[in-house]
Design a protein around this ligand. Structure first.
Ligand SMILES: C[S@@+](CC[C@H](N)C(=O)[O-])C[C@H]1O[C@@H](n2cnc3c(N)ncnc32)[C@H](O)[C@@H]1O
Length: 283
């Protein structure tokens, strides 16, 4: 079958998935989607897309498996450690000062596309450590969302293989993790401040007045139109002085450049550009 015919068949499957299951995969890059669906089909020994659609229709749980295959969940604690250092060094001093001056009274962080939770817990640890070293009487809230129900379930449980902590310095390991029979569990001090929920980034955000939005290694899967829409929503969800952190290989280009200013090119930290009229009275 030619590539054009394959793409048309794939587009047809995507449209049918949307009609039947209300799952809109049309904004994911087509070649990535094609590879992931083929992977799922070969695991199931299904040969054609129409046969796969039949399988999806009679096995309700397959749509979740497909979604999990499409939205790869690779992640780790303190992934690109220097990014977390840069956040502590360059972002937190001003954010803490704002919160202490009577803003939200707490640092507000959103880990968007948090996968199984490692990123959100890493952020919680970094901010808690900063607040421990620089007491300012402010709290912390980390909102962590992912489209995958299963990833959120794992994240909420907060239990990981001990080897996943290799990048975390021993002192932090002792402070923020406890041994359990299955491995290690994030300690209550960090679990308490992280709130996980299922959320599709194609939908309007649930949070506002944020100090930091971290969305790493997620936008690369989206086509540029949707990417710009998501960036626009992030800009609206951030408060005045807020920053967006992208993945190391990601960048804001084109029209969305009017929303953010690149503050740290190495660590992909972008400062929100504040328009003359802040939306919804956000700080
Ligand atoms: C490669 S992981 C990145 C995890 C983490 N941010 C990191 O960099 O370590 C990408 C995550 O984005 C999530 N994702 C993909 N599409 C999404 C969408 N439309 N809305 C919310 N999350 C999505 C996937 O489920 C997956 O867990």
């Amino acid at each position: 079958m030619s590539n054009v015919a394959k793409d048309m068949e794939l587009a047809e499957l995507i449209a049918r998935l949307n009609t039947k299951f209300g799952k809109d995969l049309s904004s994911y890059r087509l070649n990535c989607l094609g590879r992931r669906i083929s992977l799922r089909m070969s695991m199931l020994r299904v040969e054609s897309l129409s046969e796969y659609f039949e399988y999806l229709s009679s096995n309700r749980e397959e749509i979740e498996h497909l979604l999990d295959t499409v939205t790869i969940h690779v992640t780790e604690f303190m992934r690109d450690a220097e990014v977390f250092e840069a956040v502590a060094r360059d972002v937190l001093p001003a954010a803490v000062a704002r919160a202490a001056r009577g803003g939200a009274g707490a640092i507000r962080v959103w880990s968007a596309g948090c996968s199984t939770g490692e990123e959100a817990y890493s952020l919680a640890i970094v901010v808690l450590e900063y607040l421990r070293a620089h007491p300012a009487g402010v709290g912390l809230e980390v909102f962590a969302t992912d489209i995958s129900r299963e990833a959120c379930r794992v994240a909420r449980r907060g239990i990981y293989d001990r080897r996943k902590l290799d990048r975390i310095p021993a002192a932090l390991r002792d402070r923020y993790f406890e041994s359990v029979p299955e491995g290690v569990r994030v300690a209550p001090e960090a679990r308490r401040v992280v709130h996980f929920s299922v959320h599709d980034l194609f939908q309007p955000p649930r949070y506002g007045n944020l100090d930091i939005v971290v969305c790493r290694n997620v936008l690369i899967h989206f086509d540029h139109v949707v990417r710009d829409e998501v960036l626009d929503r992030f800009q609206g969800a951030l408060g005045r002085g807020g920053v967006l952190v992208l993945g190391k290989t990601e960048a804001i280009t084109g029209a969305a450049g009017s929303l953010f200013q690149l503050a740290d090119p190495r660590n992909k930290i972008y400062a929100k550009k504040c328009s003359a009229l802040p939306r919804g009275g956000k700080r």
